[in-house]
Design a protein around this ligand. Structure first.
Ligand SMILES: [Zn+2]
Length: 135
C-alpha cells in the first residue's frame, strides 16, 4: 500500500467513515472512527495491520494508534506538510470555499503526480538512449 496517489474519491468525510467498518476503538474513546475520518484518514488495514490508516490528502500512512490519541494532533505531528491536517477543520466546520479549495488542491496534486510520472518515464528513456548511443 505504498501508493503516493491522492485519494480524491475520499474527499467526503462520510465516504472515509465508511472505510472504518471494524475500527479497533469504540466511540467512547477519543481515537474513534468518526474522529479518524474527520481528520482525513481512511482505513487501509488488514488482519495483520488492524489499525493502518492513510490520509486521503497527503497519503501519509499511520498505525500504532492508542485509544486516547487525538487523530488531528497525530496527523499534524507525523505529516507537518499536510495542508488538510494543518486546517484542523471537520467537514461540518468548513465553509464552502474551504471545501472547494481542498478539491482544487487535490486536483492540482493529481496533475503534478501525473507529470512527475511522465518526467520519470522520460528520464528513464533518456538514460537508456544515452547508454545505447554512448557505448
Ligand atoms: Zn494528510
Amino acid at each position: 500500500m505504498g501508493s503516493k496517489k491522492t485519494n480524491v474519491e475520499y474527499i467526503m468525510e462520510g465516504d472515509r467513515l465508511n472505510t472504518f467498518k471494524s475500527w479497533i476503538f469504540s466511540n467512547r474513546h477519543p481515537c474513534n472512527a468518526q474522529k479518524m475520518a474527520e481528520a482525513g484518514f481512511i482505513f487501509i488495514g488488514s488482519k495483520q495491520e488492524p489499525d493502518l490508516v492513510k490520509c486521503f490528502y497527503c497519503s501519509k500512512e499511520l498505525d500504532g494508534w492508542e485509544k486516547d490519541d487525538d487523530p488531528w494532533s497525530e496527523h499534524v505531528s507525523h505529516a507537518p506538510y499536510c495542508k488538510f491536517a494543518a486546517r484542523k477543520l471537520s467537514e461540518e466546520d468548513m465553509t464552502l470555499n474551504q471545501f472547494l479549495d481542498i478539491i482544487y488542491e487535490c486536483r492540482l496534486k493529481r496533475i503534478e503526480e501525473f507529470f512527475d510520472q511522465k518526467l520519470n518515464t522520460l528520464d528513464t528513456l533518456h538514460a537508456l538512449a544515452k547508454k545505447k548511443i554512448g557505448n
